[in-house]
Design a protein around this ligand. Structure first.
Ligand SMILES: Cc1cc2nc3c(=O)[nH]c(=O)nc-3n(C[C@H](O)[C@H](O)[C@H](O)COP(=O)(O)O)c2cc1C
Length: 268
């Protein structure tokens, strides 16, 4: 792997523009951390990966708390300053690119104008390669639903238009490697409107494309469906197809039928 390939791989991720705030004996600080994610709903946990060479790293370890501000699309300058300078030699929060306000339950300040501001208590930290993964429990937060996020993907970006879901029938069959005579569970989702109470026809087709079993059901409120069917006991091994029709749309799943996996019948 060349360093160019690695760089392209890293830049293929879409990441968050977050600022991590801390407070310590040498005063408050802020750093940029694109590796910031929520990783649990209850409790509300945020994970941030921090390079041990950053001042923020030891400031989090010492204070056992940190602030997280998810930046809005008009705050790219704040991300740049926080990410290109260190508290080792620069008091970044002196700049007017940051407008701060006091937290309610931690010492570190928060960043005004952000999409989300969260106050975190450190609950765990783990080595993560050349970074340390800090896990913080959110003890207080505020969110501004009007703000649009700043994101990173090969540079700073704003999000584009929301992509509408393409109308289709999405299907999966379980098990994906079945035996003749075996039960087959077919689940999926109709993404076209209306989604609710739509008839669903399920056909199981053998390698010669002959329909060998069928079932029917209707979609639930959210468009999902569930049907049970069976691979006939006498059929040939090979690649089989489950074809599902609903609302004039067709979806498919593949099932490998192997004689070796046939369930044992009664001995004769
Ligand atoms: C866009 C951007 C994203 C960054 N993401 C991270 C990150 O996720 N983790 C990290 O440790 N450093 C990250 N950095 C680097 C730190 O923000 C940088 O080293 C900073 O100077 C550390 O400040 P401090 O020494 O005051 O803590 C990022 C920098 C930029 C510009």
């Amino acid at each position: 792997m060349s360093s160019g390939e690695l760089r392209n791989a890293f830049r293929a991720f879409t990441t968050t523009c977050a600022l991590i705030t801390t407070d310590g004996p040498r005063g408050p600080n802020v750093m940029a951390a694109e590796w910031t994610f929520n990783v649990s709903y209850h409790p509300f946990l945020i994970l941030v990966a921090i390079d041990p060479r950053n001042r923020t790293h030891d400031m989090v370890l010492e204070s056992k708390e940190f602030g997280v501000s998810l930046l809005a699309e008009d705050q790219a300058a704040a991300m740049g300053l926080a990410g290109h300078y260190s508290k080792a030699d620069t008091d970044k929060l002196s700049s007017d690119v940051f407008e701060t306000f006091p937290s309610k339950r931690i010492r570190a300040p928060l960043i005004r104008g952000a999409l989300l501001n969260a106050e975190c208590r450190l609950v765990a930290h783990y080595p993560a390669g050349d970074h340390t993964a800090f896990l913080g429990e959110v003890v207080e937060f505020s969110v501004d639903p009007e703000k649009a996020p700043l994101v990173l993907h090969r540079g700073s970006r704003r999000l584009g238009e929301r992509i509408p879901r393409i109308p289709r029938v999405i299907v999966a069959a379980t098990p994906m490697e079945a035996g003749p005579g075996g039960q087959l569970t077919v689940v999926g989702e109709l993404t076209a409107e209306p989604r609710e109470a739509q008839p669903v026809q399920v056909e199981v087709r053998d390698p010669q494309d002959r329909t060998v079993s069928a079932a029917s059901t209707v979609t639930a409120r959210d468009g999902t469906f569930h049907a049970e069917t069976r691979i006939p006991a006498s059929e040939d091994p090979g690649p089989w197809t489950v074809v599902v029709r609903s609302a004039g749309l067709v979806g498919r799943a593949h099932v490998g039928v192997s004689a070796a996996r046939a369930p044992r019948g009664p001995r004769t």
